[in-house]
Design a protein around this ligand. Structure first.
Ligand SMILES: *Cc1c(COP(=O)(O)O)cnc(C)c1O
Length: 222
């Protein structure tokens, strides 16, 4: 199936309260251009330099999301244009994003990544860390970042009930924090293999790559 028809399919089947992030990491500009022509405006990348190159090459009404783990020393390469950073997992990182955003007189939207998976390989904060951060004086003094929601990645497993439970946990955490911090709006959870379950459990933003653009070939990229 073509990228165009995949984008159209998702536009039709996703509920209107769910934003589709087309995850285009490792894919050539021509693939993103095709998705853009089909109407897609939100793209997700996991490497900052690759995202910056694509931002330069493509139309400027695209909303760029950084969905990968962020190294502090690279924040400066995306501060001018990034629309949403999904993987914020420490106050230190938030402080650096704030510093770089200030240079462009911007407020950069961020999601706190919560560790919901059992796997050690997944990044993220504990619920306690996120709770403490949002309540802290230090965070409230950062004027050039806005935390607009939470992000989580489920365990990579065929066990649907485990994935479902992890999504439920993220939703519960979101509801608890939102009761205190009303500005939280987004729950970013769900990928190609589990987005339907994620939406069922309350996701408002799905990050879909391989189902739109085809399997990724990492060998040819790095
Ligand atoms: C690559 C990636 C995705 C997309 O995964 P697919 O299975 O290709 O849909 C979603 N979220 C994050 C954080 C990713 O790194």
């Amino acid at each position: 199936m073509s990228i165009t028809s995949k984008i159209q399919e998702y536009q039709q089947k996703l509920p209107t309260h769910v934003t589709l992030v087309a995850v285009s990491k490792t894919k050539p500009i021509s693939d993103l251009q095709e998705a853009y022509t089909a109407g897609q405006r939100v793209f997700g990348e996991n490497k900052i330099q690759e995202m910056a190159e694509k931002w330069e090459a493509l139309p400027k009404d695209i909303s760029w999301h950084m969905i990968g783990h962020v190294q502090r020393n690279k924040v400066k390469y995306m501060a001018e244009f990034v629309d949403l950073i999904h993987g914020v997992d420490s106050y230190k990182l938030l402080k650096e994003i704030n510093k770089q955003a200030k240079k462009y007189n911007r407020v950069i939207n961020c999601l706190l990544q919560i560790k919901i998976a059992e796997e050690d390989s997944k990044f993220g904060m504990s619920v306690e860390e996120a709770t403490t951060l949002l309540a802290s004086e230090e965070f409230q003094q950062l004027e050039n970042v806005a935390i607009v929601g939470l992000m989580g990645m489920a365990t990579f497993t065929d066990d649907t009930s485990q994935v479902q439970q992890e999504f439920k946990n993220l939703k519960t955490t979101f509801d608890t924090l939102k009761a205190i911090h009303n500005y939280l709006k987004i729950i970013s959870m769900g990928m190609s293999g589990d987005y339907e379950l994620a939406i069922q459990e309350g996701s408002t933003m799905v990050r879909i790559g391989s189902s739109i653009f085809g399997a990724r070939n990492y060998a040819s990229v790095n």
